[in-house]
Design a protein around this ligand. Sequence first.
Ligand code: GLU
Length: 287
Amino acid sequence: MTYRGRFAPSPTGHLHFGSLVAAVGSWLCARHAGGQWLLRMENIDPPREVAGSAASILAALPAFGLVADAPPLFQSQRIDAYDAAFEQLRATDQVFPCWCSRSDLADANGMHRDGACIAPPEPDRPPAWRLRIPDIDVVFDDALQGPQQQNLRESAGDFVIKRVEGYYSYQLACVVDDAFQGITEVVRGSDLLDSTARQIWLQRCLGLPTPDYRHLPLVLDAGGRKLSKSEQAFPVDPTNPLPALRRALAFLRLPPTDASDAGDLLAQAWVAFDPAALPHCSGHSVA
Ligand code: GLU
């Protein structure tokens, strides 16, 4: 089977350093495997979208030498596919409507665990839709973070797959599109390690294949905080791509080279790249 990897940014701002690391890491894994590298713009959450950022991210990637093997998939154009997946879950009674408010769920830490709504139905108000989660341990082997086990009922409960506003959740759209794009390995930041068990469960509910997973260390600043909080310290400037690209490659433990443009730098990194040499920790700070 041909390796297919992807980079799936959300248009919530310009490309930042943590995303650049995920983009470069997934590109290197795909190139190393002789496979394809695909793009997906995860623009299904209009309230969180920052105008212009989808175009700015897509324009920035080639400046860093990151050219996809197919045109990008836009989640905003995939609503029919999410509707079909949702109907499949509804037809098999795997989802239920929920009118619970935050305060209804306060005693349970905001989690829903009863497989049915505990608030009275409000026919005049649209519900959220939740997936019924049994008491089950989802187990998988992450290529970098090692064996993982998560009890879904404890950690996620009956999670929302369609919001009150009618938007589909990231979890649903992600599994439908990973399957649609034929992704064989998901390479992304460790901040999403926690979502993986939910995604594997959804794949089982929908009869979709489960790809392999490789969660890269999260980029932390010197104080151990997620880098997005202090992005200014690590600018990602597509008009001057070399400094950020060199730093991203160093973060992924690639040796420095003297290449003078982004394409050459990536080509040299591709030759030197060994996925087994990627850092195994769940987060480390950038030099
Ligand atoms: N869209 C997500 C983000 O930008 C990444 C999703 C994924 O790689 O599964 O954080």
